[in-house]
Design a protein around this ligand. Structure first.
Ligand code: ADP
Ligand code: MG
Length: 260
C-alpha cells in the first residue's frame, strides 16, 4: 500500500517559488491499477518521483507498507517516458543490467532477462542494439527491464505517449495480460483518457497547477479487459464524459493563460 499524506511540493527555479502539488492525499491499494490524469504541469511526474523516493515532499510525506519513503525506494520499478536503454548494450544486456547491478550472477541474470524478453514478445531481438529496434520493440525491452526486477509496485510515466495508435493498443494489451495475473500494484500516468479507463481500476483526476486531486473515479469495466472493444460500451462512454467534464475547465484555462 502506498499512502500519500497531505503531500505538497514547491520548486524554486531562478529565485521563483513554484507550487507544483498541493495537499495530496491518496491511498493506492496493493494489487490495484491506478491511473493519474491531469493537465500538463500539474505535478503528475513529481508525484511519481515522490513515490520512487527521488524527490521529497516540501510538506507531508509518502509511505509504502507503512514505512516512510525518504530515500530511493527500491520496492518500485519505474518506467519513464524516454526509455533508459543504453545504446552500446544489446536488448538482453540492457534487460539484465539492473540484476547485475544488484549482484545477481551473470548467467542467472541473462537467463531471467531472456525469459522476460520472451514474455514481452521480442526474444528474437535479444542480441539487437536499441538503434536496431523499432519504437514498439524498445518499449517492450524497457518494460522487460522493469519487470525483470520483479518489483511489487510499478510506476509508469506516460510510457506509451509517443507511440502511434496501433502500437499503443498492442502495448496496452500486453500490459493488461502481464498485469492481470501478477498481483502487482501499478501507478500509471497518462494524458489519454481512453487509456486510463481501459487499463485502470481508479482514475485520479488532478486540477491544473498547483495540482490538487479533483476527483477519484472508479473504472468498473469487467476484467479481463479488452484493450480495444471496451471503448464501445455505454459504461466506458459515460466515464469518458465524466472525466472530460472534470478536466475540461483546467485544460481550457491553461490554453487561454498561455495565449495571454
Ligand atoms: N526539478 C524541478 N525544478 C523546478 N521546477 C520543476 C522541477 N520539476 C518539475 N518542476 C515544475 O513543477 C511543475 C510540475 O511538473 P511535473 O510534475 O513534471 O508535471 P506533469 O508531469 O503533470 O506534467 C511544472 O511547473 C514543472 O515546471
Ligand atoms: Mg510529466
Amino acid at each position: 500500500m502506498i499512502d500519500v499524506c497531505s503531500a505538497s511540493k514547491s520548486f524554486t527555479f531562478e529565485g521563483r517559488l513554484t507550487p507544483a502539488l498541493q495537499a495530496i492525499d491518496l491511498s493506492i491499494a496493493d494489487g490495484s491499477f491506478v491511473a493519474l490524469v491531469g493537465p500538463s504541469g500539474c505535478g503528475k511526474s513529481t508525484l511519481l518521483n515522490m513515490m520512487a523516493g527521488l524527490i521529497r515532499p516540501s510538506q507531508g510525506y509518502v509511505t509504502q507498507s507503512g514505512r516512510r519513503i525518504d530515500s530511493v525506494n527500491t520496492a518500485v520499478g519505474y518506467m519513464t517516458q524516454q526509455d533508459n536503454l543504453l545504446p552500446w548494450r544489446s536488448a538482453v544486456d540492457n534487460v539484465m543490467l539492473p540484476l547485475i547491478l544488484k549482484g545477481t550472477p551473470a548467467a542467472q541474470a541473462r537467463a531471467r532477462a531472456l525469459t522476460m524478453l520472451e514474455r514481452v514478445g521480442i526474444e528474437r531481438f535479444a542480441r539487437h542494439f536499441p538503434s536496431q529496434l523499432s519504437g514498439g520493440m524498445r518499449k517492450r525491452a524497457s518494460l522487460a527491464q522493469v519487470l525483470v526486477q520483479d518489483p511489487s509496485t510499478i510506476l509508469m510515466d506516460e510510457p506509451f505517449g509517443a507511440l502511434d495508435a496501433q502500437l499503443k493498443i498492442s502495448m496496452q494489451k500486453l500490459l493488461l495480460s502481464l498485469w492481470e495475473s501478477s498481483g502487482k500494484t501499478l501507478v500509471f500516468v497518462t494524458h489519454d483518457l481512453t487509456e486510463a479507463i481501459t487499463l485502470a481500476d481508479q482514475v485520479v483526476v488532478f486540477s491544473g497547477r498547483p495540482g490538487r486531486i479533483r476527483s477519484i473515479e472508479a473504472s468498473t469495466l469487467a476484467r479481463p479487459r479488452d484493450a480495444l472493444g471496451g471503448q464501445f460500451s455505454p459504461q466506458f462512454q459515460a466515464l469518458y464524459q465524466r472525466l472530460w467534464s472534470l478536466l475540461a475547465p483546467d485544460v481550457e484555462s491553461a490554453l487561454t493563460a498561455s495565449a495571454a
